[in-house]
Write a protein that binds this ligand. Structure first.
Ligand code: 5GP
Length: 160
């Protein structure tokens, strides 16, 4: 209930901010699929959605290397882009990936993340829509996994 209430609030904020602008949501797989789905269904504006995949996450620590994105077919030139992430930890993933998107000259680019471990964030990033600021602990559920499992939990749990 708490998660959904917050996601609806985020959808309302985005609806207000993007009225008449038709944003393109780029959701980063796998972890963001559930958040992206709930966020998208509560928008009250015309919007597009695509999913892309970046580096996979292994074990309990954020992996260092970010590979190029898979699945980005849209041309971003002139688009109003909103990146949808499940969680921002060190910020390295998005910090490394955003320049690649900006290279395509979108009209604007914002970030919506469900979770933010602000105490762990080392790389400069502006997060425009944040669901919850959480402690620097590993979490699973609501799309987030531990070694592939736990994504189907409706709630979010701290693992250790
Ligand atoms: P960053 O590059 O910001 O350090 O890490 C971002 C990515 O690491 C997220 O998209 C997610 O895949 C993974 N990640 C970071 N913290 C957690 C966590 O607590 N739980 C899970 N399941 N994944 C995490």
């Amino acid at each position: 209930e708490i998660i959904l209430k917050r996601v609806k609030e985020m959808a309302n904020d985005i609806t207000k901010d993007y009225a008449g602008r038709r944003p393109l949501f780029i959701a980063i797989l796998n972890g963001s699929f559930m958040f992206a789905s709930d966020l998208f269904k509560h928008l009250n504006i015309e919007a597009e959605l695509c999913f892309i995949k970046l580096a996979s996450y292994k074990g309990l620590k954020s992996s260092g290397n970010v590979v190029t994105s898979i699945g980005l077919e849209d041309d971003l030139f002139g688009k109003e882009v909103i990146i949808v992430e499940d969680i921002v930890d060190t910020g390295k993933t998005l910090h490394n990936f955003l320049p690649k998107l900006l290279h395509q000259q979108p009209r604007s680019m914002r970030i919506a993340t469900l979770l933010h471990k602000s105490a762990a964030t080392e790389f400069p990033l502006t997060l425009d829509y944040v669901g919850f600021d959480i402690p620097n602990k590993f979490v699973v559920g609501y799309g987030l996994d531990y070694d592939g499992l736990g994504r189907n939990f409706k709630e979010i749990y701290q693992l250790v």
